[in-house]
Design a protein around this ligand. Structure first.
Ligand code: APR
Length: 235
């Protein structure tokens, strides 16, 4: 294996599946029990903020209980032992990367334990319920808190940093994402264009398969630690 200097690990719901969390598009996925247009669009939030708050307050109860699995933990081992800049760009709103001790985490779709005040932009960090009665701790206005989740049609978070990271990336690992939601699904193309080696870790080849140098089939809790062990041996 080569030695790398700028590694990006892009993660999706699949990396949290072995921690017991539902993915989005599997048969028992989140989007099979709730319509995206009812809980994940700004129109839905404007139409029925209480229903949207309830959905994310429920989801918090699930996510707060989940524990990181060997895939998350292997990233920490890599970051602690491999001499490179290693960034985690996650589409996940769970905090399993944080619980595993990962560093340099960029939640481009937001975070379940955050709400943002639409009046002043203050971020409230809590796993507790947030709703239309919640008062902003900064501007003290009530009823303007929104889950800090990027709804379909909204801009992703951390994109300036993500673009910089992609421009100098020499190893791009995509772990547990179906590669169907843009712009995250285009990151591998940008990395490849900039000369990165690209690996996809998934149970099955995804629609993005063309851009990957290698597809490593299997559960990320097994395949990613094995890959990282090899990388560490070669460093
Ligand atoms: N190991 C590796 N991959 C897995 C595992 C596992 N144990 N379990 C499931 N997968 C794979 C599935 O094969 C699938 O390709 O994880 C992927 C999950 O895909 P999605 O459910 O589409 O989730 P994700 O790709 O993260 O969705 C992206 O879509 O709805 C939006 O904002 C939401 O962030 C989400 C985005």
């Amino acid at each position: 294996m080569n030695s790398y200097k700028n590694i990006i690990i892009l993660t999706g719901a699949g990396i949290s599946a072995e921690s017991g969390l539902a993915t989005f598009r599997a048969s028992n996925g989140l989007w099979n029990n709730h319509k995206v247009e009812d809980v994940a669009t700004i129109e839905a939030f404007e139409r029925n903020p209480d229903y949207v708050h309830d959905f994310y307050n429920e989801l918090k109860l699930e996510l707060i209980k989940a524990q990181p699995n060997p895939a998350h933990l292997a990233i920490t081992k890599l970051q602690q032992n491999y001499p490179a800049k290693i960034s985690v760009i996650t589409q996940n709103v769970d905090t399993l990367h944080e619980k595993a001790g990962n560093q340099n985490i960029y939640h481009i779709h937001g975070q379940i334990n955050q709400s943002v005040c639409l009046n002043c932009g203050h971020i409230l960090e809590t796993f507790g319920d947030v709703d239309t009665q919640t008062q902003c701790h900064n501007c003290h206005v009530t009823g303007m808190m929104k889950p800090n989740i990027v709804f379909f049609g909204e801009n992703l978070l951390c994109m300036d940093t993500v673009e910089q990271l992609l421009s100098s990336c020499d190893l791009f690992l995509s772990v547990g994402t179906s590669g169907v939601v843009f712009p995250a699904a285009s990151f591998v193309q940008i990395a490849k264009y900039n000369g990165a080696k690209t690996f996809e870790f998934n149970l099955e080849p995804t629609s993005n398969n063309f851009y990957f140098d290698k597809h490593i089939m299997g559960p990320a809790g097994t395949t990613l630690p094995a890959f990282i062990e090899e990388l560490l041996k070669s460093s």
